[in-house]
Design a protein around this ligand. Structure first.
Ligand code: C2E
Ligand code: CA
Ligand code: CA
Length: 315
């Protein structure tokens, strides 16, 4: 679309090339009621869809979009005040080192208790927070809270915090990490940031440079959900991840010889690049034994414990 292309043209400011992205929602007066208020409303619905499609694109309004988008817009609206109203909390899921059977850390998972709808799963509210940009504030809040909490734990325990691709596209992430560490007093090597490959898809070189700076201050970096995205080996070559987390879909199907072979190959890769290999979503003793056989070094999953507000061992 010429409008998007025109706006996207890089602008030079103080020697930096700045690029503006645009999302456009389009509603026409045909068939869907032509009064101005309705047109604006329909254009908003189409805009929401354009943003959901990855931004920097356009979308025409269609009546079928309405129920789903309206629900998302409603949730987005309700999320606006969530940091002030205190509806957010963090759960912690233990990570076990297979060699010793000991807990070596916890992964932090965000929870949202909606005043009317009750618990909203992260799979619903995280994408909405990402589309609206709110994930930047929510992610920073999680980082600060998690570091503060971990600073009170025994020194050998680490904390792993999920970081969204949207947070990486904003300039302040490194500063937020430094601030969270400084204000909590948590040593940097006890903080692990979990990123997915989606972080690396756009402007991989800039992201890798940022990851290198974070590693230089001691922060550990884990590659999350490995196997579900692009699984590009070139990322592993370009950046020394401290950990590779094998997605739970592989653990679930580990009885399948092809799946087991992939897990084995990832373990081999991890060994080569000096990364720990964690198996996610371990639910049964059989899965535990299989991932151990294949060479995974750490496990997480309901078998040990689901994510909890306060951790108590179930077995
Ligand atoms: P994830 O980072 O892959 O987190 C692991 C998910 O697997 C969590 O889902 C956890 O509750 C679930 N899980 C753990 N053990 C098992 C198991 O044995 N079986 C099964 N079936 N599931 C297990 P949850 O808490 O619903 O979070 C979903 C996703 O939402 C996370 O996936 C992560 O991508 C995102 N998320 C959660 N908290 C945050 C956050 O603070 N920031 C960001 N950016 N994303 C977050
Ligand atoms: Ca994770
Ligand atoms: Ca994961």
């Amino acid at each position: 679309m010429p409008v998007i292309e025109a706006i996207e043209t890089p602008i030079a400011i103080d020697g930096h090339s700045v690029r503006i992205s645009t999302s456009v929602g389009i509603a026409t007066g045909r068939g869907e009621g032509a009064d101005a208020a309705r047109l604006f409303q329909n254009a908003d619905v189409a805009l929401y869809r354009a943003k959901a499609a990855g931004r920097n694109t356009y979308c025409f309004y269609e009546a079928e979009m309405e129920p789903k988008i309206a629900g998302m817009a409603c949730l987005e609206h309700d999320m606006q005040g969530v940091l002030k109203s205190g509806g957010l909390s963090l759960d912690y899921q233990p990570v076990i080192l297979l060699a010793t059977g000991n807990i070596v850390g916890f992964e932090v998972l965000m929870r949202w208790e909606h005043p009317i709808r009750g618990k909203v799963p992260p799979s619903e509210f995280i994408p909405i927070a990402e589309q609206s940009g709110m994930i930047v504030c929510l992610g920073e809040w999680a980082l600060v809270e998690a570091c503060r909490e971990a600073a009170s734990w025994p020194e050998h325990l680490r904390i792993a915090v999920n970081v969204s691709a949207v947070q990486f596209r904003q300039p302040g992430l490194e500063e937020s990490v430094r601030r969270a560490l400084a204000s909590s007093g948590l040593p940097a090597d006890r903080l692990e940031l979990e990123i997915t490959e989606s972080v690396l898809v756009q402007d991989a070189q800039a992201v890798i440079a940022s990851l290198r700076r974070l590693r230089a201050i001691g922060v550990r970096i884990a590659l999350d959900d490995f196997g579900t995205g692009y699984s590009s080996l070139s990322y592993l070559r370009q950046f020394p991840f401290n950990k590779i987390k094998i997605d739970r879909a592989f653990v679930h199907d580990i009885d399948d010889p092809n799946t087991a072979a992939i897990v084995r190959a990832v373990v081999g890769l991890g060994e080569r690049v000096g990364a720990a290999i964690a198996a996610e979503g371990v639910e049964t003793e059989e899965q535990l034994n299989r991932v151990r056989q294949e060479g995974c070094t750490e496990v997480q999953g309901y078998l040990v414990s689901p994510p909890c507000m306060r951790w108590t061992r179930r077995r």
